[in-house]
Design a protein around this ligand. Structure first.
Ligand code: AHR
Length: 488
């Protein structure tokens, strides 16, 4: 395959927030995955497990969404502050009916964000919470002056307000967040968002609960009724091996399962394009962001695990599909300005899996680490025509490439979807002078290989040989692989 990168033709910034994450009170994401409590034998700092935090810091995670998901519309923040032994218990009815002891609450979330060096994105409760509850939470977190709520925060150990930029007004309001009709949600949104006051120096960026997948009516109604009162609209789009009823196994799949997932990954871009076209009619200047705050691969849970915990393994299939989706977000960078893969640890397409004190990095973790050069880079125009793989009449591009430039360095990410054929790649770098090239490759011997606690490095990155001569970058991309090249 031949490609031309037109270095001087910039296509706008790829927001770093596209590489955001999501952590919900679901299964073992928060408890055990991230938070073990101060008294745990697992090494921790203020309750956050050190091994997981250290590994996640490598990803330079720009933003973290919390506390849900469906959990957000059942969450009452007052239950999660103050002396831990006095915090009320609750039943996590959305996720396995387990008892939630509220030991991880607002203070712990900000502590986690501080340890990770990430910005917080909090999703408020519209489904079962009151306007007062939401407005008070924001004052509690962000007000610096003398008020009963700010003083209560101080009494609970935090003198200075936290910085909070992103706030979601409910989650999946068409489903677990209240089963609302779009116009009803718009009225609620207008009411709740009126009381989202900005106490800090920076205004709060409000994110309205947006559509599921291709629900055009939801977006149309939001744009007609709340476009003047929101900075962002969310979109949720998960990928399955076939569909919601046939999610498939994360590791036991054949060639069909591989290509079927690749084809379904393309649905994310169709959904983005659809909602973008609706938003463009009302907001041609693209002031309102499309925030894809839940995306990723959703498979059947690992056999023998709690069905409400959404625990799944992770292979090269997840790596390639994630790169296809991230490239789609890059292409829509002037509208898609945040995305949060679901979820950070032990849930769905996770970065990290844990088992008691053991921890393993997934192939998706490695991909996110490799691609971080794109964060806040200027997307650069790239011309290429890839062969297509015919899967039951659906055409899947064999190769996907994206490039961006930041601080004089060019990041090029590229993947080969084919299970059978390697690809020779030649990229002409027009109008740019680069003296050195370094590259990392992620691939596996078998398509189903995954990292386990006994064999944690089965799918791990290694150096890839590339050549850079007379402005031409050449490389051999093995079948079912993903690579990231950095040029300086
Ligand atoms: O990420 C798991 C769940 O998927 C979230 O709680 C919900 O918002 C979505 O349906």
């Amino acid at each position: 395959m031949k490609a031309i990168i037109n270095t001087s033709r910039k296509q706008g910034k790829i927001s770093k927030y596209i590489y955001g994450q999501f952590a919900e009170h679901l299964g073992r994401c928060i408890y055990e995955g991230l938070y073990v409590g101060e008294d745990s034998d697992i090494p921790n700092k203020n309750g956050m497990r050190t091994d997981v935090v250290n590994a996640l810091r490598e990803l330079e995670i720009p933003v973290l969404r919390w506390p849900g998901g469906c959990f957000a519309d059942d969450y009452h923040w007052r239950d999660g502050i103050g002396e831990k032994s006095k915090r009320p218990y609750m039943v996590n009815t959305n996720w396995g009916g387990v008892v939630e002891n509220n030991h991880f609450g607002t203070h712990e979330f900000f502590e986690l964000c501080e340890q990770l060096g990430t910005e917080p994105y909090i999703c408020g409760n519209v489904g079962s919470g009151s306007v007062k509850e939401m407005r008070d939470w924001i004052e509690y977190m962000t007000f610096d002056g003398d008020s009963p709520l700010a003083n209560e925060r101080r009494k609970n150990g935090r003198e200075k307000p936290w910085k909070l930029k992103f706030f979601g007004v409910g989650n999946e309001n068409w489903g677990c967040g209240g089963n609302m009709r779009p116009l009803y949600y718009c009225d609620l949104y207008r009411r709740y968002s009126t009381f989202i006051r900005s106490y800090g120096d920076e205004p709060i960026f409000r994110i309205a609960g947006g559509p599921n997948a291709d629900d055009a009516e939801w977006t149309e109604t939001l744009m007609q009724n709340i476009a003047n009162a929101t900075e962002g609209i969310s979109l949720h789009n998960y990928t399955y091996e076939t569909d919601w009823e046939n999610k498939g196994s994360s590791t036991c799949f054949d060639k069909n399962g591989w290509y079927s997932l690749m084809a379904d990954s393309g649905r994310v871009e169709s959904a983005v394009t659809l909602h973008e076209s609706i938003m463009d009619r009302y907001d041609p200047e693209r002031k309102i962001a499309l925030i894809v705050d839940e995306w990723g691969n959703w498979f059947d849970v690992e056999p023998g695990t709690n069905p409400g915990f959404l625990y799944q393994q992770n292979t090269m299939r997840d790596v390639i599909s994630a790169m296809l989706v991230l490239h789609a977000f890059h292409r829509h960078n002037d509208r898609v300005r945040m995305a949060n893969i679901a979820q950070m640890v032990n849930v769905l397409q996770a970065m990290i899996l844990t088992d008691g004190e053991k921890m393993v990095l997934t192939p998706t973790y490695h991909l996110f680490r490799m691609m971080k050069g794109h964060m806040d880079g200027e997307r650069v125009d790239i011309d290429y025509a890839s062969d297509e793989i015919d899967f039951g009449g659906k055409k899947i591009p064999k190769i996907s490439v994206s490039a961006s430039e930041k601080d004089g360095a060019m990041t090029i990410s590229i993947c080969n979807v084919s299970l059978d054929e390697d690809e020779s790649v030649e990229i002409e770098l027009r109008d740019g002078v680069y003296l050195s090239a370094g590259a990392e490759l992620l691939t596996a011997v078998n398509m189903n290989d995954c990292n386990t606690f006994d064999a944690p490095d089965t799918v791990a990155p290694r150096a890839l040989d590339v050549s850079l001569s007379d402005g031409i970058l050449s490389l051999k991309l093995p079948k079912m692989s993903a690579a990231v090249i950095t040029l300086k």
